[in-house]
Ligand binder design. Structure first.
Ligand code: PFF
Length: 453
């Protein structure tokens, strides 16, 4: 072990490990992105395909990422070098760090929106507004030049401060304290939403699948959403795996994180869709769905003023536990591979991410000419990362683990050196060697129209 790897920090308690990984997984992806993706892709049909992707592809890839990270004890790119002894696979790590950069460029902007909505909630701005008013207010705000950028900058700064505090003190402490709160608020919101007039229609939309709605595009969206939501395919869980202890049970952690993440996404759906139908909002409205629907719910519930403030604060907190994990991929990679101080890398990467954020935010309004291939930069970043880079990263990780890395080493890592029962190992091995790469390949080919059926 090198002196550098001995210096690396570690997560503390077992609960802390789950909380940190779940903190990364649970974020805007669950509460902002999942509902609007489901809304645009047929509701229950999307949910069904999503759940299949999460359990059949997500869990095996997450276990693999944890194992790679903990075994190599290094950042996303260094991990592949350490495990193979050569540089052939480090491209997966570089792709991961690049993907983190691209995701953060729009993620920080949306995280900033949640802060604006905290401010709006505090000034009681939602009262008396119809869904149309709320939608207009949202578009006015997001297409403004400076206001969204102000909040984006605050978010970039907050994330940098937590990263400076370090892995255990920063990441773990915040995740552990705040995640359970979010679940409680979502449950209360769900109860209110379901009991609104016509609320049941929203539940039917979310849970009663219309199989004819399952198209190649729906499948690709669900696949991308599964990787995005579980923080997979870009080495985030490799980086977090590298901070885990030899005694952590990787499979159990992956299953727990996946279940928590999926429950939060479904809960967000239950909080949103009944209200969408009750308030007559179009479920396929896109990225503004949550920001238009939930303020509508708050105005219809007792204590709505407080709930609104709490909800958007918790959304910001869920976002920060994810931005930390995304930026940590970049910071660990650059500081370890290029032997630079973490502080410097945090400062410079934050500045560059702010530039990315500025471009993404401006593409929504004042500079709507920032359009590539017919999509505003903001949308393009989301599309390229979720629907291409993350599944492709997952594909490469599955190939590496399934075909290039010794199965025995993997079994050793997953069983904590033979201490844990590994009767499920053949199933895991089958999934990661055949099912995951083939499924991703087929979904890509299907989307490109390369399949005959
Ligand atoms: N999983 C996070 C969310 O659902 O908001 C986003 C994310 C974090 C994606 C970390 C990828 C990642 F590596």
């Amino acid at each position: 072990m090198t002196s550098q790897s001995q210096k690396r920090t570690k997560f503390g308690s077992k609960f802390g490990v789950v909380a940190a990984a779940a903190g990364s997984a649970v974020g805007l992806g669950n509460i902002w992105k999942f509902p609007y993706e489901a809304g645009q892709n047929g509701g229950a049909a999307f949910l069904l395909v999503y759940i299949c992707c999460v359990f059949l592809l997500g869990i095996p890839v997450m276990v693999s990422e944890f194992a790679i990270g903990r075994r190599a004890h290094a950042n996303v790119s260094g991990a592949f070098r350490k495990l193979t002894g050569n540089n052939r696979w480090i491209g997966v790590g570089v792709l991961g760090a690049l993907t983190a950069f691209l995701i953060l460029s729009f993620y920080f902007v949306v995280a900033g929106w949640s802060l604006e909505y905290v401010a709006q909630a505090v000034s009681n701005n939602f009262v008396g507004k119809t869904p149309t008013d709320l939608s207009v207010a949202f578009t006015d705000f997001t297409s403004d030049t400076y206001r969204p950028l102000f909040w984006t900058a605050i978010f970039v700064l907050l994330t940098a401060l937590v990263l400076l505090a370090g892995v255990e003190k920063g990441i773990e402490r915040y995740s552990k304290l705040l995640m359970p709160f979010l679940a409680v608020i979502l449950i209360l919101l769900s109860i209110r939403s379901v009991t609104m007039p016509n609320g049941i229609e929203g539940l039917t939309f979310l849970f009663k699948p219309d199989f004819s709605k399952i198209t190649p595009q729906v499948i690709l969206s669900a696949l991308g959403q599964a990787f995005f939501s579980l923080s997979l395919g870009m080495g985030c869980m490799i980086t977090y795996g590298s901070y885990m202890r030899k005694s952590n049970n990787l499979v159990q952690t992956a299953v727990q994180v996946t279940i928590i993440d999926t429950l939060v996404a479904i809960l967000a759906g239950v909080a949103i869709f009944p209200a969408v139908f009750s308030l007559g909002i179009n479920p396929a409205q896109g990225p503004e769905l949550v920001f238009v629907t939930l303020p509508g719910v708050f105005t219809h519930m007792p204590g709505g003023y407080i709930f609104a403030i709490l909800f958007f604060m918790l959304l910001a907190i869920a976002a920060i536990t994810s931005t930390i994990s995304l930026q940590e991929v970049i910071v660990a990679y650059i500081s370890e591979e290029f032997h630079l101080s973490r502080k410097k890398v945090i400062a410079v990467s934050s500045l560059l991410l702010m530039v990315g954020g500025v471009l993404a935010s401006l593409s929504l309004g004042p500079h709507s000419n920032l359009v590539i291939n017919g999509k505003p930069l903001f949308e393009l970043l989301d599309f390229v990362t979720s629907k291409l880079f993350l599944p492709f990263g997952g594909f490469l990780i599955a190939l590496f683990v399934g075909w290039f890395y010794k199965a025995e080493y993997m079994r050793d890592e997953i069983s904590n050196g033979g201490k844990l029962n590994t009767s499920f190992f053949p199933v895991y091995r089958f999934l990661i060697r055949y099912f995951v790469p083939l499924a991703i390949l087929l979904i890509f080919c299907n989307e490109l129209g390369l399949l005959p059926f």
